[in-house]
Design a protein around this ligand. Structure first.
Ligand code: AP5
Length: 225
């Protein structure tokens, strides 16, 4: 589906709210959108055992946020490399910015003309999220996400594309997951305030599989096509 105006999107939501899942579905409908997930970038660095990955994994294993200065540097260089900040196209950020400091840094990097023009909060009940995390399995090489009830792999516990084994994310244990939720809840209010002040924040509520996606798709069509 084509878009007449550039969509510069941020998906905001608690861990497990479905940001990655909604992103993949959106990219199938709007293939012209470039997507960047801070969590996927960090997990890839960990997989490759880079200095950044080693540093980030200490925080991620504890369910804490990676320091603002580190993540801002990573995203800045990635956006520069992929030229998402330079072209006039459409892009989608998942997981960044996550604090007000990061939001201000991103605005500084992009400049007024290129700022985020739609922030969508995925508002999912947190008890629903906890159930989903128990059923989440991932393919570490690609970041593809499955859920044994909602979107199971074709062959149990194997990636659909490579056939490689799926694993549990190390930060999906009950204790670490609770810390990630707490951290999200602490950061959410200032971040929402920041984007409401810019008049770009929309909240979509839904707990069941296909409630949020049609709303998200229509929102993007209405605003940008
Ligand atoms: P990140 O990877 O961003 O993790 P997160 O925000 O905790 O989000 P998740 O990936 O857990 O969940 P999701 O919302 O994408 O849900 P999903 O689609 O998988 O970050 C990880 C860590 O990296 C952070 O803790 C932090 O340490 C660090 N980090 C990252 N960015 C940072 C930043 N900017 N600053 C500092 N540190 C940063 O869905 C969840 C499950 O539910 C799946 O199994 C899925 O199949 C299923 N599901 C999805 N939608 C539905 C549905 N509608 N119905 C039923 N099941 C569903």
């Amino acid at each position: 589906m084509s878009l007449r105006l550039p969509a510069r999107l941020l998906l905001l939501g608690a861990p497990g709210s479905g940001k990655g899942t909604q992103s993949s579905r959106l990219l199938k409908v709007f293939p012209q959108i470039d997507a960047l997930s801070s969590g996927d970038i960090l997990r890839n660095e960990i997989l490759q055992k880079t200095p950044l990955g080693l540093e980030a994994s200490k925080f991620m294993q504890r369910g804490e946020l990676v320091p603002d200065s580190t993540i801002v540097g990573v995203i800045a260089s990635r956006m520069k490399r992929e030229q998402t900040s330079a072209d006039s196209g459409s892009w989608l950020l998942d997981g960044f910015p996550r604090t007000k400091v990061q939001a201000e840094a991103l605005d500084g990097m992009l400049g007024h003309e290129q700022n985020i023009n739609l922030v969508v909060e995925l508002d999912v009940d947190q008890d629903v999220i906890l159930q989903r995390i128990e059923s989440r399995w991932v393919h570490p090489g690609s970041g593809r996400v499955y859920n044994i009830d909602y979107n199971p792999p074709k062959v149990p516990f194997k990636d659909d594309v490579t056939g490689e084994p799926l694993v549990k994310r190390p930060d999906d244990t009950a204790e670490v997951f609770q810390k990630r939720l707490d951290s999200y809840n602490t950061m959410l209010h200032p971040l929402k305030e920041y984007y409401s002040g810019k008049d770009v924040l929309v909240s979509l509520k839904g707990n069941t599989s296909d409630v949020i996606f049609p709303q998200l798709k229509s929102l993007i069509e209405d605003r940008f096509s």
